[in-house]
Design a protein. Structure first.
Length: 754
């Protein structure tokens, strides 16, 4: 009898899916086709030989994306072979498209399962389990989606590199969804731990060293199950094939009467056993906040592009739905649109997949493997951009064809959102017949291809109905008028802003309606202040190890964060140019600054005269520096007793309250907005381009066990190259950020934030 009471270890054998990392992306797809062929052959061998014990070969298909590729390139006979193995309990498909990041919003999550029912029909099975490996967390709305799909259990096997697992680890629990429903979940060990412990390669090390240590740990945390699940892959590592020798290792181990018993199993068998003990498992409610996604800051421009892609696809879908409601859908267009939509969604999702590039990307940033994998990865964002532009253009242009027009009409405006909105815009000089398009003109949908021109008119504040449209006439356009000055103080009916002419940013933001100052004067940074951060010990031979170092042991689980890492943070040295422009729509303040670590920093603040938000945009050029560095936009807000919540895809999360124990509390991935408030007043913040934020202070690497917000400092985390593998070592070129701030009086209402 083991100290922990664990009688059997279920080994889930699979290939870990990295779209890249070990090989170029096109190669990875075909490698996984070959891996599945090999797994089918091994499973058939044991099935045909009548071997049905613990050592019988069983294979788990970790992601549906590699299965879809296999189905597309396999004969009907090969599909029947896999179907037979699934029916016999020798192979199982799990539900996730790939190993995903929190960059997926809820619509992306939903569409990632689009092919699941087709796969079930093809293989004559029902997919009952889901698993993600490597990544450190998933957005909370995933739970409700999995429940609605009929999934019975969801497992995570994180990679502790620059990461952290839930506590305790391992843990079987009921993961409570935002709806209040629950799904069985598994906070597992690293998907590589079984190999590290010697399973499949070194029975002595497992028996004498690793299992006693693991057994003591399980007993210490009062692990409640008689079974333990470990994932296991081929000794070659990520993107590896089936391991023919694993069955023999299990057979010899069990034949010697060693404890615990080993069994090559499928996820469905594991979840059936867990379900038998479900009444004794804890209920845990909250977001599984991810540690890994800070790596998206190594590719800030493409991340912003892909977030814009997502919004254009939403626009295209809304225009298509409006056409359907008008019964004007054209069947040939529909066929073409669906093919384009599928390709755009595929590219959108695979930019947001967890594999960024080559395993040597940081230590050898100019190696051919690094460059090739980056080009393949970046192409997902750019392909989705091209196709989403086409789909959005076609959708709105097709809709415009069915709206009657008058000679004086200039523009057709469509609102894809389910609430009324106000629109104002500077527009270029135009030829109305080309901008609007004639219903009889087959080339009308090409009008967006005209070369952009400088603004010549303004279209002032128009109200668009929810999921509706309006037509703008030429008489509703006013010639653009603007004046320029250089004052420090800018004032509107609602706000008074004081700009810093020496170091940049905003020193004071007074809200007349709230009768209070909104900028914290003691934060050390101005509002919309640029911050460059780097590791202070430049002479260190491997400075990224000052951020994170491999922990001493995987059992008991340890984290490698170095919370005392030496940081140097600097703001701009001087304002090179300060311009205030008053035009038809409001006031725009532009500052050009000399800033450390970057070139050509330009910051703009826009105060519209038709709305109460304040818009902050920045752009700069990153260099080819590969030493660890990061950039931020600081927004110190003076909100006493401040509280925060943020959007993870249609669902608001309050840090600490709505987080699973052990999930990341140092930084957060925001979908569209976050809120800082105290019940008396607050500020909505829209963040359409830059998903990463830190709150209250610079907290990267702090490994906080609990979240508390002592002050209203919002840090928009624009870029970093802190990862030591996979992500980019540098990102030379343009970076742009965009935030909107909307103060309000009274309590926070999530509806208003959305």
């Amino acid at each position: 009898m083991t100290a922990s009471g664990v009688e059997t270890i279920y080994l889930i054998h699979h290939s870990h899916t990295d779209i890249g990392y070990t090989h170029d992306q096109p190669v990875v797809w075909d490698l996984h086709r070959r891996f599945l062929d090999e797994a089918i052959a091994l499973a058939e061998r044991d099935l045909d030989a009548g071997r049905d014990g613990d050592d019988a070969f069983r294979w788990t298909i970790e992601t549906t994306s590699v299965l879809e590729y296999w189905l597309q390139h396999s004969s009907s006979r090969e599909v029947e072979r896999l179907k037979r193995l699934v029916s016999a309990g020798r192979a199982e498909v799990t539900a996730m498209l790939c190993n995903i990041t929190p960059l997926y919003d809820t619509a992306q999550l939903l569409r990632s399962f689009n092919r699941l029912r087709t796969i079930e029909q093809t293989l004559g099975t029902t997919v009952c389990s889901a698993m993600n490996s490597d990544v450190n967390g998933e957005n909370w709305p995933l739970v409700d989606i999995l429940i609605d799909l009929g999934i019975q259990g969801f497992s995570m096997a994180i990679n502790t590199h620059f990461g952290g697992a839930l506590q305790p680890q391992p843990l079987a629990f009921h993961w409570q969804a935002p709806s209040g429903r629950s799904l069985l979940a598994w906070n597992g060990f690293s998907y590589g731990l079984a190999r590290e412990m010697g399973i499949g390669r070194d029975a002595r090390a497992f028996a004498e060293e690793w299992w006693p240590r693991l057994d003591r740990w399980l007993a210490e945390i009062h692990y409640p199950l008689p079974v333990l699940m470990l994932q296991i892959f081929h000794p070659s590592g990520d993107n590896g094939s089936a391991d023919e020798a694993l069955g023999g290792f299990i057979r010899e181990w069990n034949a010697r009467g060693e404890k615990p018993r080993l069994r090559m199993a499928l996820p469905d068998e594991w979840w059936q056993v867990v379900d038998m003990h479900a009444d004794h498992l804890p209920i845990c409610r909250g977001d599984w906040t991810d540690y890994w996604n800070f790596g998206c800051g190594s590719s800030a421009r493409e991340t912003a592009i892909n977030r814009a892609n997502r919004e254009r696809l939403f626009l295209a879908d809304s225009a298509h739905a409006a056409l359907r409601s008008l019964h004007h859908e054209r069947p040939p267009t529909q066929t073409s649109r669906e093919a384009l939509r599928s390709a755009a969604q595929h590219a959108l999702n695979f930019w947001d997949e967890h594999t960024w590039g080559a395993n040597i990307s940081v230590r050898e940033p100019y190696h051919e493997d690094t460059l090739a994998q980056w080009i393949h990865k970046a192409s997902y964002a750019h392909q989705a951009r091209s196709l989403s532009l086409l789909l959005a253009r076609d959708g709105v242009a097709e809709l415009a064809r069915h709206i009657s027009r008058e000679p004086d009409d200039a523009f057709f405006l469509f609102n894809p959102l389910p609430w009324e909105r106000t629109v104002a815009q500077l527009v270029p000089d135009f030829a109305p017949e080309r901008q609007y398009g004639r219903a009889s003109d087959p080339t009308a949908s090409r009008h967006w291809q005209d070369r952009p021109r400088q603004p010549a008119y303004s279209m002032h504040a128009l109200r668009l109905p929810a999921f509706g449209y309006t037509v703008v006439t030429r008489h509703q356009l006013a010639p653009l008028r603007s004046t320029r000055s250089a004052e420090d103080v800018v004032e509107t009916d609602r706000y008074r802003l004081v700009f810093d002419r020496e170091r940049g940013g905003i020193r004071s933001w007074f809200d007349k309606a709230l009768a209070r100052e909104l900028v914290d004067p003691h934060a050390g940074w101005p509002f919309h202040g640029f911050v460059h951060e780097r590791i202070a010990e430049e002479a260190h031979p491997y400075p990224r190890r000052l951020l994170w170092s491999p922990p001493g042991s995987a059992i008991p689980p340890q984290r490698g964060w170095r919370s005392d890492w030496p940081a140097e943070r600097r703001g701009p040295a001087a304002v090179l140019e300060h311009t205030v422009e008053h035009n038809n729509l409001g006031i725009r303040v532009t500052q050009r600054l000399a800033a450390p670590g970057v070139d050509n920093l330009i910051q703009e603040v826009f105060l519209p005269d038709f709305a109460n938000y304040v818009e902050c945009r920045s752009r700069w050029e990153m260099t080819d520096q590969t030493a660890p560095e990061a950039t931020y936009l600081a927004f110190p807000l003076d909100i006493p007793n401040v509280r925060c919540c943020f959007d993870v895809g249609g669902q608001a999360v309050v840090p600490e309250r709505d987080q699973l124990r052990g999930a990341c509390r140092d930084y957060f991935t925001v979908q569209r907005w976050l809120d800082l408030s105290n019940g008396l007043f607050g500020i909505f913040v829209a963040s359409p381009t830059t998903p990463m934020v830190q709150l209250g202070d610079f907290t990267f690497g702090k490994n906080h066990e609990q979240f508390s917000l002592a002050r209203g400092l919002l840090l928009g985390w624009a870029t970093n190259n802190y990862w030591e593998t996979n992500f980019r070592a540098h990102q030379p070129g343009l970076v742009e950020t965009y935030y909107r701030f909307l103060p309000y009086s009274g309590a926070f209402f999530e509806h208003d934030a959305h």
